[in-house]
Design a protein around this ligand. Structure first.
Ligand SMILES: [Fe+2]
Ligand SMILES: [Fe+2]
Length: 203
């Protein structure tokens, strides 16, 4: 991780620890890693995109606990909406404290509140953000963490994640590599070993 953004990362980990069912600290770390890899292929302003990746799910901190759980249907929609709505205020406070300019803060907030966009319409920053969020779930660490958090089989999670769509060529090509690796782990039985190991550590 780029040391330039370490101060942002430290606040993110402190705030997100223990929030929600998913491991949001790990998730945010992997979204940031995904963002670094996507920027390497697509270009983009790191000063906007890296803090945006780190902070993209910070809104969950102020979402009522009942919506932080693994909710379904209408509640899921409310939860998703809330985590976007709650983000700007927290981001503003965190980044002002760290001396970020108003302009940069606004650019970061713009990317964060659009991280669930279904159609970035040629907006490269938003496309990179949406792709980084989706790509994070197929890295080895994130994939198996989700398998355990949600109590599902590796095959079920694999089938679900395979449907992910990407807007940038860079993300799509990294994603295809991830799928190949996860598939090989499932077929060789290594996937089950990894899951048992994570469960043992959690005990
Ligand atoms: Fe999110
Ligand atoms: Fe996310």
């Amino acid at each position: 991780m780029d040391t330039k953004y370490e101060n942002v990362w430290n606040v993110v980990t402190a705030k997100l620890k223990g929030v929600g069912k998913k491991d949001y600290v790990l998730h945010s770390k992997l979204v940031t890693l995904a963002m670094e890899e996507i920027i390497a292929g697509e270009g983009g302003n790191k000063d906007v995109l890296i803090p945006a990746a780190m902070l993209h799910d910070i809104g969950w901190v102020n979402v009522p606990e009942k919506y932080q759980a693994d909710v379904k249907g209408e509640d899921k929609e409310i939860a998703e909406k809330l985590h976007l709505e709650k983000a700007p205020e927290i981001i503003k406070e965190v980044l002002e404290e760290l001396g970020y300019s108003k302009e940069l803060i606004n650019s970061i907030i713009r990317v964060v509140i659009n991280h669930k966009s279904k159609e970035p319409n040629g907006d490269t920053e938003i496309a990179c953000m949406v792709d980084a969020d989706n790509l994070s779930d197929t890295y080895k660490e994130g994939f198996y963490s989700n398998v355990v958090s949600y109590g599902l089989s590796p095959t079920t999670v694999f089938e679900y994640r395979s449907k992910n769509k990407f807007f940038t060529d860079t993300a799509r090509s990294i994603f295809e590599g991830h799928l190949k690796d996860r598939k090989a782990e499932i077929e060789s039985g290594e996937a089950d070993n990894i899951v048992s190991k994570i469960k043992d550590i959690k005990k």
